[in-house]
Design a protein around this ligand. Sequence first.
Ligand code: NAD
Length: 487
Amino acid sequence: MSIYQIKPIPRTLDVSPEHYIGGRRVPSRERFEVRSPLDWNHVLANVSRGSEQEVAMAVEAAQKAFPEWASLGPTGRAVFVRRLADLIEENVDRIAQVETLDVGMLERSLRDRLVFRAAKNYRVYADLAERYEENVWHSNGTQNRIIRMPAGPAAIIVPWNAPFLLATWKTAPALMAGCTVVLKPAEWAPLSASVLADLVHEAGFPPGVFNVVQGLGDEAGAALTRHPAIRRISLTGSPETGRVVGAQAAKSIVPFSAELGGKSPFIVFEDADLDAAAEKAAYQYDDAGQVCFAGTRLLIQESIADKFMELFIQYVQRHVLGDPRDERTTIAPLIHPEHLERVDAFIQRARAAGDRILFGGMRADGLWYEPTLVVPRANDSEIVQREVFGPVLTFQTFRDEYEAVALANSTVYGLAAVIYTHSSERAERVGRMVRSGLVWVNTFAVRDLTAPFGGTGISGIGREGGHYALEFYSDLKTLQIREGSVE
Ligand code: NAD
């Protein structure tokens, strides 16, 4: 597999490198370089590096804006939020361009699907919050009413993979619940958050409702999570960061929601449509495997393992490593040289430990890594048990349902699972026994935004999606009035 020519990267990008605080751009003296994974020599921007001081400014702006934003109510807030959704749709090309150059994601899928989905996040939450009906009942001679109180300024921290989508996924419920937000994008991919800030500005949000502070995790991120005015912390990132941020949330006694890593099983039974299963299995290499819910552990029933492998290899061979702006490309580069080293080190250790590399296991040009399949020496191999977050899948076989479920549930993660079977009874049985926040049967990565999303085990705490996220960003209050005492 070869990498054909990378097209030139534009000299200038339509992105501000500064923070967005209290409705205006704020620079820091300290900066950090953002480079493109398409060409590591190309510096895309010199971005402001937030410190405790800029974080404090942003949280104070969010605190100041909070009472008025909260008092607007869902209908008042929805006006701004729907305007933002419109602007995202009007700026699909700009957002897709920036995200592709900054992260390396396939431009085609951003343009055709993901940016629209980001806009949809805001629309779905505008609708959900507007339609919310307070629960009212009578008991003990009183009327009980459950009211959602907006919680206050929320800290929202996102990772470098799919940063635009994830920023909208989190800020949509926060804003519609009546919280003001301080968004901290990842240091390896901060640029699309800055574009989002431009669109928020254009949508006319009151200053301070939506703020962006760029910076490093242990500087700006840590300062944000420990700020005493923050009333909610929502993180998407690695379990390691989840532990650190969770400890801070506990110290501050602030509700904490965490979407962390995954090592999802992809289970194929002998009664499945093998061609469809093999095609989707090969699709797990998309975006270079830098997808939290990717089904990276292929668990295939012994009786059809050879046939499945034959089909799977045919689909893998169709992958094209290349420029993510090119229509033909299906496998993009990894985000950063450090990440490339990390992925390759997993493979080196797997080799040394006696795992068999069936194909791939090599760097290609630049930051590209070949799609790799590993047959582990045993289920306790590191390559089976730890998230690689690269184009690396493992291949294991099972005899029966019992063994399939045992293998599926044998890691400390539990974000998602994929099952291919033709039997509805088996889908129901295995679907219920697999321990994960989400199970896809005969499909992958289709999600209804109103359904809960989140992990079990070290894949996370709490659920996002639908009204689950609106509840997270609200404090519930019971208003109890003695019947007949008021008119
Ligand atoms: P990361 O944990 O290194 O960083 C995530 C974010 O946390 C970044 O913005 C970072 O700056 C910030 N951060 C780091 N240390 C911090 C600290 N001490 N205090 C506050 N903030 C801090 O993760 P990453 O490498 O950017 O992303 C990859 C990881 O994210 C993978 O494990 C992947 O599975 C996970 N992920 C999970 C989901 C999900 O929905 N479950 C989605 C996407 C990515």
